[in-house]
Design a protein around this ligand. Sequence first.
Ligand SMILES: [Zn+2]
Length: 443
Amino acid sequence: MAMAAPLIKADFDLAIVGGAALLSAGNDFNILVDAFIGINGNQIVRICPCSEMPDGSFSAKETVAARGMVVLPGLINTHCHCAMSFFRGFGDDLPLTKWLFERIFPAERRMMNAETVYRGAKLALAEMLLAGITTVADSYFFEGAVARAGKEMGMRLVLCRGFFDPPVGVKPATLAQSARHFFIRYRGDSPLISPALFCHSLYTCSPTTLTTLKSVAREYDVPFMFHLLETAQEEAMVQERYGATVYDILTSGDLLDEKTLAIHCVHLNEKLVKLFAERGVKVSHNPRSNAKLACGIAPLPLMLAAGICVGLGTDGAGSNNRLDIFSEMEFLSGLHNIPLSRSRAIGASSIVRMATLDGAKALGLDSLSGSLEVGKDADIAIVDFHKPHLTPVHDYSSHLACRVRASDVHTTIVAGKVLVHNGALRYGDINEIMNAVRPLEGF
Ligand SMILES: [Zn+2]
């Protein structure tokens, strides 16, 4: 008599069952409908149709029922100053230089310390997790306080120590040493924290400061970031302060390689676009911040056509309105049609890729995050599509790029840990997090 084959039962820590999974397929995406995603520890270990994993064929410590939902890679915010959530709505409607020099810098000197940075960062991280963002590059000061908030919230951080020009008399070797101390402190501190360096800009950091810190970043093989050509006035400001052009500073200082992330690039000319493409420089596109501060529209179609890897960023909440990558996607999906007088100047798949895999590449994290693949960390956002504004579905990427709202996020998972479920934080009390910031309202 024939014997039935013994049932081999698969065990998972976490199973996501029944969603439509957004899988990378070259430059596009394939949708695996009715998908099963099995996770053990921090990693994705199985992706297959649910028909291959029927009920009873597996056990999981936790199962997320995702029918009617879309499972996508967690969103990547390539540029933020988390603690600046304190400045949301502060100095509204001012152009960048007035906003920065007359409102923000004095307020930061007055009120920013390790405790306020911790509280502001925690609020920002909560907002981002609830919006399906699983990784953020934070560029600020008191990074120990940001690391503490990140560990408590469970979010993946690219922790960027911020630099301006040091006080007169501080030698480049001292500056380099302080950057090295930062790496020694945070390398290996947590699997979710990757240290990196951030110079504020070419008009607040001298060519010597930039070159010194880039060489330390190179020594540790980590990203080196700076705001670049955010306003039309920046070229003249740099020339007046340092007597050199932006192009000359970037090239003579050997600042450009595949580990360089230039943020904003609103006024990047064709010569620099070509140079960035040749050197593999990455760009962080922050369209809503650029609009709010009247900086202009970055030449995104030109950068993409040249083959530059572009990720999306929110910048801080003070120079944006929300920390929400879905809003950035929707905004940019229409924005670049205007100067080109062309609909769909940027395709929906390109937009979703910028928010996910290309964002991860821009931060040097694409071996870990940015796509749903067996062997990668389970950094996942699950969006509830059972909504009037997402019905019917002709094209999943188009809905994700143009119509999904942050409030549609049902579940957010970082490195296999469910941090948001049913639209609510699982760890940390959102009321406490908000109340910790309120005493400083009206500072
Ligand atoms: Zn910024």
